[in-house]
Design a protein. Structure first.
Length: 398
């Protein structure tokens, strides 16, 4: 347990968070969980339950490394916005200025683009791209799924986008919110605009200045024992092991394959304390421990809703597996616009996002709060852990 202080968190309420974790592990709904809650810039709760690796009986620890998957997206969005601050682009600039293929796309119905895709479209998932999650209802998703299944092991982001940008859009830019590869394109734009590898730019601009030494696109050989195993639900085994050390795309020292795919949409691994430092920087308006990453007005721009009413509700909010009119979307974050209508407790303007292995972080400026849930279980939102964690955190506020 982390040091506790006068953070306005009831110890009995925090105990309910730990009881929830113990229940999820005991019922084999998660191999292991880590939860972190901070208020007023101080970590008041950091607890671990269960295993990082079941077969090895290796417990979750405070320094366990997790695949954060789509929790990479806010970091990528912040990296792109550092270039916005340097006047390298405006939000409504056309992105084909840097990626010409974006100007040659067509829509699924065969129509040409009604207008160009902008940086704002990419940051808000309104550019018309897809991800491959719904092949039964979105025909082009079959092609997306095939690319994600095979290409990331062997190709760079640029090489993958060469394939994906040949596929049609599912909607005209700006006419539909749809979770997509747009943030991978944002990461590629960072690389092109900064004229350096995306991983290097992240390290120089965000990760190293914030002291996020355990965050990156791969796990070093000496840290493999800290890397949590990935599990997933099946009818035969609710905690089936999905990834093994010798073939993990995150461990080049063991797989023998270099990590070529530095995905801005979902490629990072991290720890609780590392990700907290990024989240606290955002809560502080772009600064942490005397290091400024973003201007306060840029953080404010990232964390407000940009979606017109016609685009709401969004199909996925990162908290529950169904749409809710309470949530909008900013530049890389889901935004709580109406706490009274939300399916989980929260505050006006709280913002956050989760990852494919059921990791989740949200930031609440009104309550001066950061909360993080880390585990390694797929599919995300198969269990209501994110909602239960949110509700338990707010119930613990005094």
């Amino acid at each position: 347990m982390a040091d506790t202080g006068a953070g306005g968190l009831d110890p009995a309420g925090l105990g309910r968070i730990e009881a929830m974790m113990e229940r999820y592990v005991a019922e084999r709904r998660s191999a292991g969980m880590l939860t972190l809650v901070s208020r007023h810039g101080r970590i008041e709760h950091l607890a671990c339950r269960g295993h990082a690796d079941i077969a090895a009986a290796r417990p979750i620890r405070e320094d366990t490394i997790f695949r954060i998957f789509s929790m990479t997206k806010p970091i990528t969005s912040a990296a792109l916005m550092t270039l916005f601050e340097r006047r390298q682009f405006e939000l409504d600039d056309v992105a084909r200025r840097f990626v010409p293929a974006l100007g040659k796309l067509k829509v699924e119905d065969g129509q040409p683009l009604a207008r160009d895709i902008t940086f704002r479209d990419l940051l808000t998932h309104t550019a018309g791209f897809s991800y491959g999650f719904d092949p039964d209802n979105i025909p082009v998703d079959k092609h997306y799924a095939a690319v994600w299944r095979d290409a990331p092991q062997t190709k760079t982001v640029a090489e993958i986008l060469d394939i994906l940008l040949e596929l049609p859009l599912i909607a005209q830019p700006g006419t539909r919110w749809h979770y997509s590869i747009a943030t991978d394109i944002c990461g590629y734009l960072v690389e092109l605009i900064a004229d350096m590898p995306f991983a290097d730019y992240l390290r120089q601009t965000i990760l190293s200045p914030l002291g996020m030494s355990d965050t990156g696109f791969e796990v070093d050989a000496g840290d493999v024992e800290r890397f949590a195993t990935l599990y997933g639900y099946s009818e035969d085994d609710p905690l089936a092991q999905l990834e093994f050390v010798e073939s993990s795309p995150f461990i080049p020292s063991h797989s023998g394959l270099p990590v070529r795919f530095n995905s801005g949409g979902g490629g990072l691994v991290s720890t609780a304390r590392d990700y907290w430092r990024f989240a606290q920087m955002m809560l502080n308006g772009g600064e942490l421990d005397g290091v400024r990453i973003l201007r306060t007005e840029t953080v404010q721009a990232m964390t407000r809703n940009y979606l017109e009413p016609a685009l709401l509700p969004i199909a996925f909010n990162g908290i529950v597996p169904k749409p809710s009119p309470a949530y909008g979307f900013g530049l890389g974050y889901c935004i709580n616009m109406d706490p009274a209508a939300a399916p989980a407790r929260g505050s006006q303007g709280d913002f956050g996002w989760g990852g494919l292995a059921d990791t989740y972080c949200w930031i609440d400026p009104e309550r001066d709060l950061v909360a993080i849930l880390l585990q390694q279980f797929m599919p995300s939102l198969h269990h209501p852990g994110r909602r239960e964690f949110r509700d338990a955190v707010y119930a613990a506020l005094t």
